[in-house]
Design a protein around this ligand. Structure first.
Ligand code: FAD
Length: 475
């Protein structure tokens, strides 16, 4: 019997539970992808994730072809396309791996009910998470809102066993079964010229092979020392697995099994624990989005619903987006994002703090920009990251701990390598002037005339104003 495997954000053959379930049941799996971004509204993929998706689908199709199969691509209403595919292939079963965004859950529930009532076997599986959000509860049976106890609980369930690998061969879909080419989906940026994504692909190889390689490189190298080094944005010190994880090109179970299979020296164990706990933050973000689905657009902490955010000034918002705020560490981060589709975690917190505390703009303005420009834009992680930094979320940074843009730069980019790389017009300034160049105006004018002479907002005054506003909100 034929079974449809409906691929969504599980773009891999390794540890793919939907695929494995069909094979276990003796079914003949046919791999399909249906392009229906409007079904994810208001969180249809942004421009950068679309560009990634284009390459990831090409990679998946190539991986399937290497095994004798291919990816059947359709576009349109998912239910209608699945019904057509079922009729065309006489499939008796449909398998997919779960998504956790509210719009996808609603759609998938509707599809499952619709097709099951017509006698089809419809099964969903977990490919994306180490622990399903509904399986982890506090002692009183509630969802967690604080990370540490969540992870303490979830961590005990990690499975050290290696999950099933990709099948060596897969059956060929019927030759008559029509499908689109990946290019027909028009996911790649066409405007403006020159294309904004040209700098992306030096660093990234979308698809399963690229993800597996990233993991190996990380485990052989930066994993040792991760806990400390992960804070320095100019170093290659983190795994850069986030876009691969977002698209399901690698499974978190595979990562955990690979980590636990190695014998780490005792001195490295804290690094390994810390890395696992970052995967734990990803789990926690999904836990929160699943249990509090309104938080993708609303504050988790309702005390902030009446908080007086500033009305965004279009020029200032634009200056933040394009890295022209006059605060070097912020500008470096925003330009890294624009040029590579990724930004270092420490700097994400810094630029988010600048937007929500110094400019006091609602975190939604920042989350929207990240949504469009990050190759790892992920509703659960992005929402959690922004709400945490803004202080409106779970386990949020205490309101009185407002990042200082100057000491963050001094501490985490002491030799100014990161700033010089992304803000080259500051390259000639001495290290001592890089964190706060406006404090040495003559030097700035002389050595970096193209850079803004002062920040778009006074850092000290805006910090004090934010403190006052936040302490009011907490009261
Ligand atoms: P590593 O340090 O190698 O961590 C391994 C994996 O753990 C990551 O790939 C990621 O899946 C997960 N992870 C690490 N840190 C976090 C975290 N703080 N929260 C949740 N998961 C984490 N991450 C996204 O994947 N998508 C987003 O849209 C996103 N938006 C963010 C917005 C803001 C304002 C902030 C402060 C953080 C955001 N993050 C987001 C979290 C984090 O910055 C990235 O996951 C991380 O920088 C990715 O780099 P890496 O793969 O090298 O991470």
């Amino acid at each position: 019997a034929n079974a449809l495997i409906w691929f969504r954000r599980d773009l891999r053959l390794d540890d793919n539970p939907a695929l494995q379930a069909a094979l276990r049941a003796g079914q003949s799996p046919l791999c399909v992808y249906i392009h229906a971004p409007e079904e994810e509204a208001p969180w249809a993929p942004g421009a950068a994730t679309q560009a990634w998706l284009h390459r990831s689908l090409l990679a998946l199709d190539a991986d399937l072809r290497a095994r004798g199969s291919r990816l059947v691509i359709r576009r349109g209403d998912s239910l209608a396309e699945l019904e057509k595919l079922i009729a065309e292939t006489q499939a008796e079963a449909l398998h997919w791996n779960r998504l956790y965004e509210p719009a996808s859950i609603a759609r998938d529930t509707r599809i499952k009910q619709g097709l099951k009532s017509r006698g089809l076997t419809v099964e969903s599986h977990n490919a994306a998470l180490l622990v399903e959000p509904w399986t982890v509860q506090t002692g009183s049976g509630d969802p967690y809102r604080v990370f540490t106890p969540f992870w303490k609980n979830a961590r005990q369930r990690l499975d050290p066993q290696a999950p099933p690998a990709a099948p060596a061969r897969l059956p060929e879909p019927p030759p008559r079964l029509a499908g689109l080419d990946v290019a027909d989906l028009q996911l790649e940026p066409r405007k403006p010229e020159p294309r904004w994504d040209t700098g992306f692909w030096d660093d990234w190889q979308p698809g399963e092979a690229g993800a597996a390689e990233m993991l190996e490189v990380f485990l052989d190298g930066a994993a040792s020392g991760y806990k400390e080094q992960r804070n320095y944005p100019d170093r290659i010190a983190t795994s850069k697995l986030s876009p691969h994880l977002h698209f399901g090109e690698i499974s978190p179970r595979r990562i955990v099994a690979a980590v636990l299979a190695r014998r780490w020296p005792a001195a490295v164990q804290p690094d390994i624990d810390h890395f696992l706990s970052e995967l734990g933050w990803r789990e926690f973000s999904h836990h929160l989005l699943f249990h509090f689905p309104h938080t993708a657009s609303e504050n988790l902490n309702p005390k902030f619903d009446r908080f007086r955010w500033a009305k965004p000034d279009a020029d200032h918002l634009r200056a933040w987006q394009r890295g022209r705020t006059g605060v070097p560490i912020v500008d470096a981060g925003m330009r890294e994002l624009w040029h590579t589709g990724w930004m270092h975690n420490r700097v994400r917190m810094v630029v988010a703090s600048f937007l929500t505390k110094n400019l006091r703009y609602h975190w939604k303005h920042g989350a929207d920009w990240f949504w469009d420009t990050l190759v790892d834009a992920d509703l659960a992680n992005n929402t959690q990251g922004w709400q945490w930094t803004a202080g409106t979320g779970a386990d949020a940074a205490p309101y009185f701990r407002i990042f200082s843009m100057i000491s963050q730069a001094e501490k985490f980019d002491p030799a100014g390598k990161y700033i010089r790389r992304w803000v080259p017009e500051l390259a000639k300034l001495p290290d001592s002037a890089l964190a706060a160049p406006w404090e040495q105006p003559a030097l700035l004018r002389q050595l970096a005339p193209a850079y803004p002479g002062r920040p778009i907002v006074d850092l000290k005054a805006s910090r004090e104003a934010a403190l006052a506003a936040y302490s009011g909100a907490k009261a």
